[in-house]
Design a protein around this ligand. Structure first.
Ligand code: NAD
Length: 273
């Protein structure tokens, strides 16, 4: 439904890889709510060509940027401001990549060079994005920045591996930079902690199918979909949430505060018989 919640607002969406991506769905919702967009992803992801379909649908230019490269980010913010004819109102950071997971390394046998890269892509990149915008004064007062995270930052999910540490760092940067940007320009920065979702990044986690079923049974409302996550992002980019900042916001159907559910107890009982 179009409420025009983002009419007149301009935003950069990082991380739309294909139709399953949370960023893809968020771009569609932002467009539906009246926002003007710039889409960006790593040059290697752009070469797959899928993003052009989204660009057509939301009438947005695509500007390549590797989030670990400060020159790329500077160019992205310069070009985006040219496109918009002014500053930016919101940013979605929807980026994650684990080299140790991808290469099948167990957490206890972590390769530290790969780990550095994982932390840079998945967590420090938020600092890099914010720092670039800060140096260029590229975000309007009362702007809103959202990064996507997962509850493995607070609780142990063994197969999430080094990404748990990356998400903990991402959430910490959200608070720390959120403080400074709040004081300086009333800009708010939050993370949304999303249910497990079938996407390219999500499916990289070992045992993902069993895991998503478990989360579904453990959540009173069931797992939150990517589309609902996109809706939540829209509300966080809108002026209806102006005083929410430095928070980790669970969007998980109640999973995070459920100790055990009747559905899980029942399934354990069945496996005992
Ligand atoms: N899928 C889930 O279960 C789930 C749950 C909670 C949080 N999240 C988070 O949501 C976010 C989006 O992931 P998704 O599930 O939509 O998967 P996705 O694979 O569609 O998106 C991940 C994106 O990160 C981009 N990326 C990787 N390296 C990059 C780099 N160097 N520079 C720029 N971009 C780069 C990829 O190109 C891709 O577009 C991630 O932060 C992920 O951790 C996902």
């Amino acid at each position: 439904m179009a409420y025009n919640l983002l009419a007149g607002k301009k935003g950069i969406i990082f991380g739309a890889l294909d139709e399953k991506s949370i960023a893809w769905k968020t771009a569609l919702k932002c467009h539906e709510q009246g926002a003007q967009l710039v889409l960006t992803n790593a040059p290697v992801a752009l070469r797959m060509g899928e993003i052009n379909k989204l660009a057509d649908a939301v009438q947005a230019p695509v500007i390549g940027a590797d989030v670990t490269n400060m020159e790329d980010l500077k160019n992205l913010f310069e070009e985006s401001q040219k496109q918009f004819g002014g500053k930016i109102d919101f940013i979605l950071h929807s980026i994650g990549m684990s080299l140790n997971v991808r290469k099948g390394k167990h957490y206890t046998e972590m390769n530290y060079e790969w780990n550095q890269k994982t932390l840079d892509i998945s967590a420090m990149s938020l600092h890099r994005v914010l720092r670039t915008a800060w140096d260029m004064d590229a975000i309007n007062d009362w702007g809103s920045v959202i990064a996507l995270t997962y509850i493995a930052a607070q609780r142990v999910f063994p197969d999430y591996n080094e990404m748990a540490d990356a998400k903990a760092l991402l959430e910490s940067i959200t608070r720390s930079f959120g403080y400074h940007y709040g004081v300086k320009k009333k800009i708010r920065i939050n993370t949304i902690s999303q249910s497990p979702t079938r996407t390219t990044a999500g499916s990289g986690v070992k045992g993902f199918d069993a895991f998503i079923d478990y989360a579904e049974k453990m959540s009173p409302l069931g797992n939150a979909t990517a589309e609902d996550c996109a809706n939540y992002c829209v509300t966080m980019f809108s002026d209806l949430t102006r005083y929410v900042t430095m928070q980790n916001l669970f969007h998980d159907g109640g999973f995070s505060f459920t100790g055990v559910s009747e559905a899980i107890v029942k399934s354990m009982g069945e496996s005992e018989n």
